[in-house]
Write a protein that binds this ligand. Structure first.
Ligand code: FAD
Length: 470
């Protein structure tokens, strides 16, 4: 029997791989996806979706605890049922997993279960669990979309029980009394808000001088204040020096570089992620890797070996689900004969803290480092009628623009629905809509989006609903 030769074989069914597969099938390609775990990858099984399901529960809890401010009386305690919260999360993940499987069927994408290794360009060996014999897959092109895994550091080796990563945190139904979070990036901060609402005492340790080191400093300060309001202890500019076993009261004793010792039941290490490049056979193929073991690709997302592409977290860069998906579409189109360059000029990013953050383009610090002459417009959420009505007063909208041309260089929002609102600025940036034009667009009243119009006006010192400068 002659082996079927696929047009494209994709390794990994995360948001990079599964989106690439469906796009490839839309283009008429014969596509297979090889996945060793479950479709959806980190994003669906352990990352974006389960965390946001948990966040939805704790956000509702937070709002219910505020019910009296809205004139609502709730008799008795409002208490989280941890088992039910995690079961709801699992059900959402199961529904979406089933959804991807159905999409594969509907698009005639062949899903092959097993661990893949590339033996030569166009040839992949797939090993399944158990005694099943390995099978060889042939394809004209290969897309590697194997994602990433949690990074650890010396002295804080992950054991999955006491010292854990987000992989365990997202399944952890016994809420720890005291949780130490190492790394106050997006993942660390999201878990801090989740477990605080569920009752943990939280300490955060961050090496950099601010929480959320990639964010605009003014926006990150808002979140740092909120963390502190929640009575989460935050040590920035601080390192974990050592961890030792304690006693029954404090099972883990953590020595910090500021001389303090903190007791904890568990440590969540969230210091970043590392690309999954091991066991793929890349060294034998001579595929070029970067300094963090990420696969190096060109603007067409092709590796140094013709016909082998790579996308998503495994190529490093911006490790976000929607970036992986966008790369998946570009790579599969190229694998099927296209000639598209990946365009990273406008990439919005969201952090689902309480309140959320939406960001696109340059931070104020990045714009200043470039020596660019900039003007900044700001608008506080509390000056918006809608924010007052919602009882959500914490937040800020900030637009950074080129002083001479009015080009929008960056947008930063901290506040409710920030991850939705940011798309208006992203769209303006990709459509070359200037700050002046954004300000002129009539916005619905009363909405949070009015804050974008006001922040754009503020670039020219003519926001209506805040006092004039000086
Ligand atoms: C806690 C957490 C929260 C996050 N929240 C967000 C968020 O809100 N928004 C956002 O944009 N991003 C978020 N991310 C990041 C996001 O999950 C990743 O950027 C995204 O999953 C990357 O997609 P990918 O397709 O490159 O890889 P992955 O999703 O990691 O998928 C890779 C797949 O490849 C499979 N695989 C690996 N090696 C092999 C092999 N040899 N053979 C067969 N299969 C293999 C794996 O089993 C996996 O299923 C979060 C991440 C975490 C950990």
């Amino acid at each position: 029997m002659r082996l079927m030769v696929y047009d494209v074989a994709i390794i990994g069914a995360g948001p990079g791989g599964y989106v690439a597969a469906i796009r490839g099938s839309q283009l008429g390609g014969r596509i297979c996806v090889i996945e060793q775990e479950e479709v959806g990858g980190t994003c669906l099984q352990l990352g974006c979706i389960p965390t946001k399901a948990l966040i939805s529960s704790v956000e509702l809890l937070r709002r219910m605890r505020d019910a009296e401010k809205f004139g609502l009386r709730i008799e008795g305690d409002i208490r989280p049922d941890i088992g039910a919260i995690f079961a709801r999360k699992d059900q959402i993940v199961a529904n979406l997993t089933q959804g991807i499987r159905l999409l594969f069927k509907a698009n005639r994408v062949n899903l092959i279960k097993g661990q893949a290794r590339v033996v030569s360009p166009g040839r992949i060996l797939v090993r399944s669990a158990g005694d099943a014999p390995a099978q060889t897959i042939e394809a004209k092109s290969i897309i590697i979309a194997t994602g990433s895994k949690p990074a650890s550091i010396a002295g804080l080796e992950l054991d999955g029980v006491s010292i854990i990563s987000s992989d365990e945190a997202v399944k952890m139904q016994d809420v720890p009394g005291r949780l130490l979070i190492v790394g106050a990036g997006a993942i660390g901060c999201e878990f801090a808000f989740i477990f605080r609402q569920l009752g943990s005492e939280i300490t955060m340790v961050e090496l950099m001088p601010q929480v959320l080191p990639q964010e605009d400093a003014e926006i990150a300060r808002v979140i740092e204040r909120e963390l502190k309001k929640e009575r989460i202890k935050v040590f920035t500019g601080t390192r974990v020096e050592s961890v030792r076993e304690g006693d029954d009261q404090f099972p883990l004793l953590v020595r910090l570089s500021n001389g303090q010792e903190v007791g904890a039941d568990k440590i969540l290490v969230s210091i970043g992620r590392q690309p999954n490049t091991a066991e793929l056979g890349l060294d034998k193929l001579g595929i070029q890797l970067g300094s963090h073991n990420e696969i190096v690709v060109n603007r067409y997302l092709e590796t140094n070996i013709k016909g082998i592409y790579a996308i998503g977290d495994v190529i490093g860069g911006i490790m976000l689900a929607h970036v992986a998906s966008a790369e998946g579409i570009v790579a599969v189109e190229n694998a099927l004969g296209g000639n598209r360059e990946m365009d990273y000029r406008v990439v919005p990013a969201g952090i689902f803290t309480s309140p959320e953050i939406g960001r696109v383009g340059l931070t104020e610090q990045q714009a200043r480092e470039r020596g660019q002459d900039i003007k900044i417009g700001r608008f506080p959420l509390r000056a918006l009628g809608r924010a007052q009505a919602m009882g959500e007063l914490t937040g800020l909208i900030k637009i950074i623009s080129d002083a001479e041309t009015g080009e929008i260089l960056g947008g930063h929002i901290v506040g409710p629905s920030a991850t939705e609102l940011i798309h208006e600025i992203a769209l303006a940036m990709c459509s070359d809509i200037s700050c002046e034009e954004l300000a002129e667009l009539i916005h619905i009243h009363p909405t949070l989006s009015e804050g974008l119009m006001e922040a754009a006006h503020d670039v020219y010192n003519r926001a209506i609903n805040i006092p004039p400068p000086g």
